[in-house]
Design a binder for this molecule. Structure first.
Ligand code: NAD
Length: 351
């Protein structure tokens, strides 16, 4: 089966621009799209052993990190280019931007190139909600959302759509970020409460999402702030030297991760012994490991973002743009009439 939505010309690669991605989200509807991406991620997590896996390749600087995230299921290869620069927003730039590609393993030809800044926000939110649907206390209705930047509305909506959250309690050190998030969530079917401290945001919350950006060992949550039975969705600590939780919380929690080899470098557990026990979330989905086992347990999703989630999101986009006009055919690959006559093609172009 062809994986190219435009199979008539393999040299023209479908390119989904930011504008097309926005149109696609509105065409599908953001909540349906979050559910759809979560379904694709769940399907790929259930065939986890089949994938090529490696911790992402990171290039660090004083101001941030640039990363490549590759994976393959044997038929399709994918990668994402993504940056993380916490001080960018002060310059009017985003903390995270991304683009990604899918290729046909059999020929090595790219079959999709896509913007992934929006898609990363959607896939991160879909992953958070998929995990919370499995691990959070049953009938969780209230979420604390600490860090009200780029990801926060996507996180809140995914938790509403996939988990059934009804109230989101916002806190950010910058009140302007909280005002922005509250305004964007108006009319989206959530009760939104603006809070003046992290502690206040956690009142009555069964799910606590931390999504702050700071290139340091930050302590967004201290041990005394976290009561029993909650689910913590810690997504902001995703780089060496960048964490959000006090180590004492990690000692009390049952920790679930994407790919331990990457999370031990980048996640909250970089603060723990290298053999501190963690559970791989895909094993909970396939039934080979236990999820939440009692009401008083603290479950922690130590999220860093893994290549398979991007692969699933790109797969979803590839399937949804077929038979639409929501992509440009991109002249990305040289296509000489005689495949061995690249030079001749170049010469003829001169004429
Ligand atoms: P952003 O810069 O748009 O927003 C971050 C917000 O955190 C800002 O509003 C900032 O004021 C706030 N903040 C900083 N320190 C705080 C503190 N101590 N208490 C409360 N709020 C605080 O960034 P973003 O795109 O929303 O990303 C947030 C974090 O999530 C980044 O670190 C990013 O690398 C990470 N991220 C993780 C994944 C993943 O898959 N795990 C995916 C995307 C982004």
């Amino acid at each position: 089966m062809s994986i190219n939505p435009n199979p008539s010309d393999k040299a023209l690669v479908p390119f989904v621009s930011v504008d097309h991605m926005m149109k696609l989200v509105h065409h599908i509807g953001i909540e349906d799209m979050l559910r759809g991406i979560a379904d694709y991620i769940e399907a790929d997590f259930k065939r986890w052993p089949l994938f090529d896996k490696t911790p992402r390749v990171a290039s660090h600087s004083d101001t941030g990190v640039i990363e490549l995230m590759p994976t393959s299921d044997g038929d399709v290869y994918g990668f994402k280019y993504v940056n993380g620069h916490p001080s960018n927003t002060a310059e009017g730039l985003q903390t995270v931007t991304a683009f990604g590609l899918l290729a046909d393993v059999a020929s090595g030809y790219p079959v999709l190139l896509s913007e992934m800044t929006l898609l990363t926000a959607l896939r991160t939110a879909a992953t958070s909600a998929l995990v919370a649907r499995v691990l959070a206390p049953k009938n969780a209705k209230v979420m604390a959302m600490i860090g009200n930047g780029t990801q926060s509305e996507f996180q809140s909506l995914a938790m509403k759509t996939i988990v059934g959250i009804e109230e989101v309690r916002l806190y950010d050190i910058d009140p302007a970020a909280t005002d922005k998030c509250a305004a964007n969530l108006e009319g989206q079917g959530l009760r939104v409460v603006k809070c003046s401290s992290a502690e206040a945001s956690m009142e009555g919350a069964q799910i606590i999402t931390t999504c702050t950006a700071d290139k340091q060992y930050a302590t967004i949550l201290t041990d005394n702030m976290v009561g029993s039975g909650v689910h913590i969705n810690a997504i902001g600590g995703d780089c060496p030297g960048k964490t959000e939780l006090a180590p004492a919380i990690l000692h009390r929690a049952e920790i679930f991760v994407e790919y331990p080899e990457q999370t031990r470098i980048e996640g909250e557990i970089q603060q723990m012994d290298p053999d501190h026990p963690v559970t791989e979330f895909w094993e909970v989905l396939t039934g080979t490991a236990k999820g939440r086992t009692n009401n008083s347990q603290i479950t922690l999703f130590d999220s860093v973002g893994f290549a398979i989630e991007d692969f699933s999101a790109l797969r979803y986009v590839r399937d949804r743009i077929a038979n639409t006009a929501l992509f440009h055919p991109l002249d990305l690959l040289a296509d000489p009439d005689d495949p061995r006559d690249l030079f001749g093609m170049l010469q003829r172009a001169k004429a």
